[in-house]
Design a binder for this molecule. Structure first.
Ligand code: A2P
Length: 279
């Protein structure tokens, strides 16, 4: 009679660092979001990212499988008991070609080492915070928009999201709409705090109420006129940026043009930038 052997025999083999998928939402044929269980030990700051993935195909000769991991911003806030992610589907992408087929009950790998620059600690105090996103770069802001500290720190939260087509805005649009209508959120963040959100979506390839790249709309002053606010100013404005490499480079130049400087965890300043991750 050996309890140790009994346990070993019954152990279900799982992936290393496995977490279970609890929900999947497909937003377009190119975009989906999903939620997974959160390990009790995982601590992170809203806006950070982790490595997640699946086991790769078995090696043709040895049959060995290696984990296929990519960096993903955590789209849920630090207080949530699950983790949410927002992803592109790349048909020939090594990870997302498989990841797009996950279902509730499936397992994914989650390496519990959150890191990232889009955190409140990396910014000096200010009055307004700008979240500049393109495409799936909205993910860290989905976390930060549900983070009470965002509203404790600022009087106004301006969220810009630029996508090619209207349906690519839906995840962000619905998140903000739900956030402002959700009773638990109203209690957690405060109705008057949720009213601080100014949402400014734009599209570049499909007709919508506001067309154009946010970079152009900042440079020609359209954004400030549309929102009825003063232009970006180093005394009042702070920013977080998440998009493609080119987008990040262009926004960096624009923000520096307004006199803002890039900060870091160890050296807080006026704005921070992170690359939107793709599979
Ligand atoms: P555009 O259609 O003019 O390229 P993607 O789907 O390629 O990741 O792009 C997401 C959105 O980001 C698109 O609307 C795209 O506009 C916009 N975008 C891409 N590069 C830049 C940039 N350098 N500055 C501003 N917007 C950009």
């Amino acid at each position: 009679h050996s309890p140790v052997n009994t346990q070993t025999a019954k152990a279900v083999p799982t992936l290393p660092d496995a977490q279970t998928v609890t929900a999947v939402t497909h937003w377009t044929d190119r975009l989906f979001s999903f939620r997974v269980t959160r390990p009790a030990s995982l601590r992170f700051r809203s806006g950070e990212f982790v490595m997640i993935g699946l086991m790769g195909d078995p090696h043709p000769e040895t049959g060995k499988q290696k984990p296929l991991l990519r960096a993903y911003s955590i789209a849920s806030p630090a207080w949530d008991d699950e983790l949410e992610f927002y992803s592109i589907k790349v048909q020939d992408g090594p990870l997302t070609s498989k990841l797009q087929h996950i279902q509730p009950g499936d397992e994914i790998i989650l390496r519990p080492k959150p890191v990232g620059t889009l955190v409140h600690d990396a910014l000096l105090p200010g009055k307004r915070i700008w979240f500049f996103a393109t495409g799936t770069g909205f993910a860290p802001f989905a976390s930060l928009l549900r983070e009470p500290e965002t509203y404790e720190n600022y009087d106004e939260v301006i969220v810009t999201h630029t996508c090619r087509d209207v349906n690519e805005l839906e995840y962000g649009r619905k998140l903000i709409e739900d956030l402002q209508a959700d009773e638990m959120m109203q209690e957690l963040i405060g109705t008057e705090n949720l009213a601080k959100i100014r949402y400014y979506p734009t599209t570049t390839r499909e007709e919508s109420p506001k067309m154009g790249r946010i970079t152009t709309l900042l440079q020609d002053g359209t954004v400030f006129r549309d929102l009825g606010i003063d232009a970006i100013n180093v005394e009042t404005d702070r920013a977080m940026v998440c998009g493609s490499l080119d987008f990040n480079k262009d926004i960096l130049a624009i923000l520096e043009g307004f006199g803002l400087e890039e900060g870091a965890n160890s050296d807080p300043k006026h704005f921070v930038i992170e690359k939107a991750f793709v599979g």
